[in-house]
Design a protein around this ligand. Sequence first.
Ligand SMILES: Nc1nc2c(ncn2[C@@H]2O[C@H](COP(=O)(O)OP(=O)(O)OP(=O)(O)O)[C@@H](O)[C@H]2O)c(=O)[nH]1
Length: 204
Amino acid sequence: MNDVKLAVLGGEGTGKSALTVRFLTKRFIGEYASNFESIYNKHLCLEGKQLNLEIYDPCSQPQKAKFSLTSELHWADGFVIVYDISDRSSFAFAKALIYRIREPQTSHCKRVVESAVLLVGNKQDLCHVREVGWKEGQKLALDNRCQFCELSAAEQSLEVEMMFIRIIKDVLTNFKLKEKRRSSGSRSMAKLINNVFGKRRKSV
Ligand SMILES: Nc1nc2c(ncn2[C@@H]2O[C@H](COP(=O)(O)OP(=O)(O)OP(=O)(O)O)[C@@H](O)[C@H]2O)c(=O)[nH]1
């Protein structure tokens, strides 16, 4: 069974809990306790594979160093970065999070493959008071090798489900890539050892 760990990150009140709860229960509740962090578990069957999914939904902690993120970066296999399309400051926050995830020292410290990241413009039902254009979101995502979508946790249950499935599939693709690179890495090491010691043995 594969374990998939997702962290749902973003500015305060962007709808991180609403998206997570919508995916897990198909319901939109409206108000969510925001003073504690949660890790939700869900068993899934995707493309014939059993998955144990963990979703980390942080509480907003203004006192916490904004972009330290060290434990989240080490814990998660994939990130859902949420902003509110009617709040420009939340887009700036999402951008800073993406830059932090894509920083060279972060992405190379433990990762053989770059983390899967999906940027989500939430609250699309508020497009009459939109402050961030669809194209801006898409550009930020493209420039930083992320997936992108806009949706509404309040009104679009199916889209929310598809968004989570998309990031989970990306994580699974990364798992396969990692495995491939590891095994080709150990094959080349074996070849190298064989070349060095094999040749020596012949010349004795
Ligand atoms: N109109 C609209 N409101 C939404 C949507 N998603 C969430 N909200 C509302 O936005 C507010 C914040 O939602 P939360 O899910 O608590 O956001 P959060 O990012 O988890 O909040 P913190 O943990 O406090 O940072 C709530 O009042 C939600 O009802 C949406 O798609 N459309």
